[in-house]
Design a protein around this ligand. Structure first.
Ligand code: PMP
Length: 397
């Protein structure tokens, strides 16, 4: 027997929450756990621009043969323009490159492998808290990890703790920054904060790795790229992972990329040679369909406009749900206490509810959120904000 001694590991707590939600017979149950966007009908829709692009692809695609190790070149060129802007200096100077990967997760794993193999001894610094899969995938790649503070005990952005910790990071280390829509907290940095982080990153000679999973979900497609573009314009070397899962609604098509900015064209080619070799050992060549959809949309003015409007629609819906929840809490005298929910950005909110309160919400109201108090705002139902506010009010002191 070979499998008799395999230890069973616990499942993903967020997916476990989903199982518990599904098993709950209460018709008034509410799922604030899983991180996918839902529309007013509770669906995670396929954007119209994606459907139109797919119809075109069905007619025009001629082969399913492999695409190269870096993926589709046109996808790379278009995605870099979306992320860095068409006017980016690094593009003009031919020192930015794009390696397509299976989703943002694949891009992050590739970045992790690159750091572990090509920058040995460098520690990667993650925000505390961060998306838990960061730990999982960078540890799997063998990258030493440390954390810098991000959210304080008062459930506010811990600016002082953040800056002080960044100042102490050893020169040469890598720092992972959430470009916008911080997951799980929803707390984003202001422009002034970013300028300060840039100064520290530059003076400490750190390598920034941006995780850009929610472009368009915070302030808008262009605005959300502000920090990434600032760093890309100012520093010679930047790593960016971009995900098309949320903003193109392509979750299961596993579409994303690792964008590398190097000091010069030759250094870029050196790095890209390593990335192609590393990707070969991970997934060989990336999946093609999602990237072909993105390429079709971004290359066509009409489709692109439809898509931009759809992203803006998703963004506005999330913003109005945030606002609506705070308004629904007003009759309970809780608007001020939860005002941060409207100020946060992206799919998630650190509500500030304690684990004990979260457990009560679940036991007494069939409202499901993660024990950290993270709520997935993008999954809320606008019709049921009053119900949710009543449940919140009944568990807070
Ligand atoms: N980074 C963050 C912060 C995320 O929240 C996610 C998705 N939940 C990802 C990366 C990866 O997304 P995907 O692999 O689905 O593109």
């Amino acid at each position: 027997m070979h499998f008799g001694q395999i230890p069973r590991v616990p499942g993903d707590p967020i997916l476990g929450l989903l199982d518990a939600f599904r098993a709950d017979a209460n018709p008034a149950k509410l799922d604030l756990g899983v991180g996918v966007y839902k529309d007013a009908h509770g669906q995670t829709p396929i954007p119209r621009a994606v459907k139109l692009a797919e119809q075109r692809l069905v007619d025009s695609e001629k082969t399913k043969s492999y695409i190269g190790g870096h993926g589709d070149a046109q996808f790379g060129a278009l995605l870099m323009r979306l992320v860095l802007s068409p006017r980016a200096v690094a593009l003009a100077e031919d020192r930015a490159g794009c390696t397509q990967a299976p989703g943002g997760t694949g891009a992050l794993r590739l970045a992790g492998e690159f750091i572990a193999r090509c920058l040995p001894g460098r520690t990667l610094w993650l925000s505390d808290p961060t998306w838990p899969i960061h730990q999982t995938l960078f540890a799997a790649a063998g990258v030493p990890l440390q954390h810098y503070p991000y959210v304080g005990a008062d459930n506010r952005l811990d600016r002082d703790g953040l800056f002080a910790a960044l100042e102490r990071i050893p020169a040469g280390d890598v720092v992972l920054l959430h470009a916008c829509c911080h997951n799980p907290s929803g707390f984003d940095l202001s422009h002034d904060d970013w300028l300060r982080v840039l100064e520290i990153v530059r003076s400490r000679e750190l390598l920034p790795l941006f995780d850009f999973a929610y472009q368009g979900f915070g302030e808008g497609l262009e605005e959300d790229a502000w920090a990434v573009r600032l760093f890309a314009e100012t520093l010679p070397e930047v790593l960016i992972t971009s995900s098309c899962s949320k903003n193109f609604g392509l979750y299961r098509e596993r579409t994303g990329a690792l964008i590398v900015i190097a000091a010069g064209h030759e250094q870029l080619l050196d790095v890209r040679s390593q990335l192609a070799a590393l990707a070969r050992g991970l997934w060989s060549t990336p999946p093609a369909h999602g990237a072909a959809v993105v390429t079709t949309i971004l290359a066509d003015d009409a489709l692109r406009q439809i898509w931009q409007d759809e992203v803006e629609g998703m963004r506005q819906r999330i913003a109005s749900l945030r606002q609506g929840l705070v308004e629904a809490l007003t009759p309970y005298g809780l608007a001020e206490r939860f005002a941060h929910i409207a100020e946060q950005r992206g799919m998630f909110s650190y509500t500030g509810l304690t684990a004990a309160q979260v457990r009560r919400l679940r036991a007494e109201h069939s409202v499901y959120l993660v024990e950290s108090g993270r709520a997935s705002v993008a999954g809320l139902d606008a019709e049921r904000l009053d119900e949710l506010a009543r449940a919140f009010a009944s568990v807070v002191d």
